[in-house]
Design a protein around this ligand. Structure first.
Ligand code: IPM
Ligand code: MG
Length: 359
């Protein structure tokens, strides 16, 4: 029996999670050995327990085979001290479960190519994968904080974060990127800032060392500022991009918009044994929460990724992805991807259509 913890979280989270739940229910009724258990993470956890990543959630997540997360956060909790904010819950669960490898595919569905803000011919057919290191870098490095320091004889506040990567952290994410590339177009572009930052000089050196074990994959390097530019200039030059936590955070948001639809993009965060947390790339969208209009497709595609990477069930993964493709072919669109001539549907109708298309 596979145990899946469901973290619906905040904002549109519960609405889109309900649609992913429908997909899981279809599979369960067909005999898939899966068991789901809801738990609290993020703002709702703060409201109900005082903690963004409460102990019971932690125990469930550690015991589970996989975790599905919808979204956390919202303006309501932004005023809380940092350790109580929903984002801390997300960083907490990533670190706690050792989810160091974050896979963020940016795929342009042919049906949606014209909804990108970039020219259609630039993005049509785009299929790139960002492999973002997720448990290191300036996000977790010590020392950190806001302290007072003597500056020119005057006390001033200083803010400190530390960009740090160990060799082993770089090696293990390199392996993930090279292995992923072997199943794709065999090209890895490693993104760093080695012209300024020593941490990323080490990143580049270790990437080159690791690449020797993958002679079938070509490795190139790009400075992060150039990568940001190349992503909008000619995104189809990339196959797999591997980079650190902060650069990956920024570049993956940029890449998501190439597809014209952040509401379509799932992600996986994996540990060394491919246990994973699966979540849409988009956030909790508090502005549309509770209105029944959110796009559930990234959430549903996250379920597909879960079957692919954690359950090693490519067939089910493809089946879910084909169903999503089919509803797009039926011209069904939630508001975020709607264009003239298409049929506008809400969250539930979209989820129901996917379930129907699973046949
Ligand atoms: C993401 C988000 C998070 C991050 C935030 C919410 C902490 O932006 O998953 O990309 O920066 O990792
Ligand atoms: Mg981000």
């Amino acid at each position: 029996m596979k145990k899946i913890v469901l973290l619906a979280g905040d904002g549109i989270g519960p609405e889109i999670m309900a649609e992913a739940g429908k997909v899981l229910e279809v599979l369960r009724q067909e005999g898939a050995a899966i068991e789901t258990e809801p738990a609290l993470l993020g703002g709702i956890a703060v409201d109900q327990t005082g903690q963004p990543y409460p102990e019971p959630t932690r125990r469930l997540a550690q015991a589970a085979d996989a975790v599905l997360l919808a979204a956390v956060g919202g303006p309501k909790w932004d005023v809380l001290p940092r350790e109580k904010r929903p984002e801390r819950g997300l960083l907490g669960i990533r670190k706690d479960l050792g989810l160091f490898a974050n896979l963020r595919p940016a795929v342009v569905y042919p049906q949606l190519a014209s909804s990108s803000t970039l020219k259609t011919e630039l993005v049509a057919g785009l299929d790139l994968l960002i492999v973002r290191e997720l448990t290191g870098d300036v996000y977790f490095g010590e020392p950190r904080g806001i302290t007072e320091r003597d500056i020119n004889g005057k006390k001033e506040r200083v803010g400190v974060n530390t960009m740090i990567y160990s060799e082993s952290e770089i090696r293990r994410i390199a392996k993930v990127a090279f292995t992923a590339a072997q199943k794709r177009n065999r090209q890895v572009c490693s993104v760093d800032k080695m012209n300024v930052l020593e941490t990323t000089q080490l990143w580049r050196d270790v990437m080159i060392e690791e690449s020797r074990a993958y002679p079938d994959v070509s490795l190139t390097h790009m400075l992060v500022d150039n990568a940001a530019m190349q992503l909008v200039r000619n995104p189809k030059q990339f196959d797999v991009i591997v980079t650190g936590n902060m650069f990956g955070d920024i570049l993956s948001d940029e890449a998501s918009m190439l597809t014209g639809s952040i509401g379509m993009l799932p992600s996986a965060s994996l540990d060394e044994k491919n246990k994973g947390l699966y979540e849409p790339c988009h956030g909790s969208a508090p502005d549309i929460a509770g209105k029944g209009v959110a796009n559930p497709l990234a959430m549903i595609l996250s379920v597909a990724m879960m079957f692919r990477y954690t359950f090693h069930d490519e067939e089910t993964a493809r089946r879910i992805e084909r169903a999503v493709f089919a509803v797009l072919d039926q011209n069904l669109r939630t508001g975020d991807i709607w264009q003239a001539g298409m049929t506008k549907v809400g969250t539930q109708a979209m989820g129901d259509a996917v379930v129907r298309a699973m046949g």
